[in-house]
Write a protein that binds this ligand. Structure first.
Ligand SMILES: [Zn+2]
Length: 595
């Protein structure tokens, strides 16, 4: 390794066959040469480092070769080929339009077009980054392109095809170069390594290939970089350490923790990653990719989208087997939302941790809220025979110490969750007030999930004390969030003396989750108790106002720090999009960003 030549130069392909990852395209070029059907102008489009210039040079050499081989390659032995290989051929003229884009530069080139080749048949003019030519230069060039001498062939190369004028495009044969697949790059790196006598683990080369993102030139220069610090022995570990790549091992462990609902473990893995100097957003990006890779493993159709080495692919397959599809969808969504919110979040570490906690809870057996977050849900007993008791199995019916009436014969029962169960005596004597299996505060402390309190209420009859054996009429008029909010605020005017409740209701507005559920987020247990105190009156007021007694209300307490995130502009936008998908179209169409 004393005279180490940069691999990208040393292993620049010199035959069509050695061009990596562009088989179809090189075959077409070979066929064109074979059948003598050469165009006067070609346009090579594609991302950087995928072989455009290399192909142009090989093409120039091959069409000038005196003794092309049977399979259409240049012989590399004749005088023309030798001149090309020694870079002294006059039959190839390269212009880098990125730095030579003036009219004068083009005029100099045009002057050379007139002179016929001394040996060989064709002069090939390669204009790299042709989209960088100035408008005047383009115009000067156009005339030559329209009527070139028969010995001149132009090969224009660009990474930005859309910037090429239609007048140029229509005069060229267009070849679209694909970004090279990770597998192809890794395979070529393996070849280079073996030629150089360097041992390399396949996983390590795969990481390099992924990092190069489809460009062989980048891959080779990263390879050189890795060779220089690993001293001829490239291991996966040395590569991820030196290229600042996050070990996939973390993600495998993390997903295991998710599936076991192991919040502490997930948080500790994240801490480990932070301790190793990785930033939160980088980590979340990697998590999104890992989840995506698991998803593509679920279906043989999408399996080719997995760009990892064979041994790692097997691990992905095994972990994917353990992941239910809904889990993956939801986890990807949460991870993506975290990524979107990351920039605007004031507490970035908390945001990531919250996301991890939420993903951990996706597969918890408890009832999940529409946002995928388990709620401690208290479901009311059904008010009549027509409505079977919903969720009564999930909530053990404990003997309520303060129940006003036996539950069994109770047609209009409602459960409430409250630390202070007392109701004003005399109001609603027939309603049974069953506390939660444990008071809200205690329950929250006992279980790992966040403090969530929810109340379900259905079919609250307005006049329960009257002997009314009949089933209450089901009212199910659709209502909007505006109507709900209006009724919500109207109610506060009926209770002017209840200062705390009025304040709570004015500051904590309901949010519709679906047609029959709305959630109210409050700051404290005191506010929960306060709403519970007036629960029946409030619900029957809303039912009357909205002509609907089929909806339920959920109460929840903000977690520490959560409120900031909830009210971030991004969150407002997400909520808007949930309500009206057109907002997203608008956002996407105009490429808007929240400041
Ligand atoms: Zn030759």
């Amino acid at each position: 390794m004393d005279n180490y030549i940069v691999s990208a130069r040393k292993y620049r392909p010199s035959t069509f066959r050695s061009v990596v990852g562009q088989k179809a395209l090189t075959q077409t070029l070979k066929n064109a040469i074979d059948s003598q059907k050469l165009a006067h102008a070609y346009l090579f489009c594609g991302p950087r480092g995928v072989g455009k210039t290399s192909c142009a040079r090989i093409f120039a050499k091959t069409i000038n070769c005196f003794h092309p081989t049977e399979n259409g390659e240049a012989c590399n032995e004749c005088e023309s080929c030798r001149a090309f290989n020694e870079q002294r051929s006059y039959n190839i003229i390269e212009l880098d339009a990125a730095s030579n884009n003036s009219v004068d530069d083009i005029r100099t080139l045009i002057d050379q077009v007139r002179i016929p080749p001394q040996i060989g048949q064709y002069k090939v003019f390669i204009i790299d980054e042709v989209h960088m030519l100035s408008a005047a230069a383009f115009n000067a060039f156009l005339k030559t392109l329209e009527e070139p001498p028969h010995h001149a062939i132009f090969i224009l190369a660009t990474t930005e095809k859309h910037k090429i004028l239609p007048t140029i495009l229509s005069r060229c044969q267009v070849y679209d170069f694909q970004r090279i697949t990770t597998a192809d790059i890794a395979e070529h790196l393996q070849y280079v390594a073996s030629q150089e006598g360097i041992s390399a683990e396949p996983e390590a080369l795969n990481v390099i290939a992924q990092k190069a993102d489809g460009g062989m030139r980048d891959a080779l220069s990263i390879f050189d970089q890795v060779v220089s610090f690993s001293g001829g022995n490239i291991t996966y570990k040395s590569v991820i350490e030196n290229l600042n790549v996050l070990d996939y091992e973390y993600y495998f462990r993390l997903v295991d923790a998710f599936l076991q609902n192991d919040v502490p473990q997930a948080l500790m893995i994240f801490k480990e990653i932070r301790d190793n100097g990785f930033e939160g957003q980088f980590f979340i990006g990697g998590l999104s990719r890992h989840l995506r890779d698991l998803l593509v493993c679920k279906d043989p159709v999408t399996l080719p989208l997995l760009e990892v080495s064979a041994s790692v692919a097997q691990r992905y397959g095994e972990q994917a087997q353990k992941c239910p599809l809904p889990f993956l969808y939801r986890a990807m969504e949460l991870s993506n939302r975290c990524d979107l919110d990351y920039r605007i979040s004031n507490n970035k570490q908390f945001l990531v941790e919250l996301t991890l906690i939420q993903i951990c809870q996706i597969t918890t057996p408890t009832t999940a809220s529409p946002e995928g977050q388990p709620l401690q849900k208290i479901t009311p007993a059904a008010p009549s025979a027509t409505q079977p008791r919903q969720g009564s199995q999930a909530q053990p019916q404990q003997a309520p110490p303060h129940a006003a009436a036996p539950q069994t014969s109770e047609p209009q029962a409602s459960y409430r969750i409250a630390a202070t169960p007392a109701m004003t005596p005399g109001t609603k004597p027939s309603a049974t007030h069953t506390p939660a299996p444990a008071p809200a505060g205690t329950a929250a402390k006992k279980s790992a999930p966040p403090v969530r309190i929810s109340i379900h209420q259905k079919h609250e009859e307005s006049q329960p004390e009257e002997a009314a054996p009949a089933t209450p009429a089901i009212l199910d008029t659709p209502f909007t969030i505006e109507a709900l909010t209006a009724a919500w605020l109207e109610y506060t005017q009926t209770i002017p003396t209840e200062v705390l409740l009025v304040n709570t209701m004015q500051s904590c507005r309901p949010q519709l989750i679906d047609d029959h559920t709305f959630v109210v987020s409050v700051d404290s247990q005191i506010q929960v108790d306060c709403i519970n105190e007036h629960f029946h009156e409030l619900m029957s007021y809303l039912q009357t106002a909205l002509k609907n007694n089929q909806f339920s209300m959920q109460l929840r307490i903000y977690q520490t720090g959560e409120k900031d995130i909830i009210f971030s502009p991004k969150d407002v936008l997400i909520k808007m999009i949930e309500k009206n998908p057109d907002v997203k179209n608008l956002y996407d169409t105009f490429d808007l960003e929240i400041a």
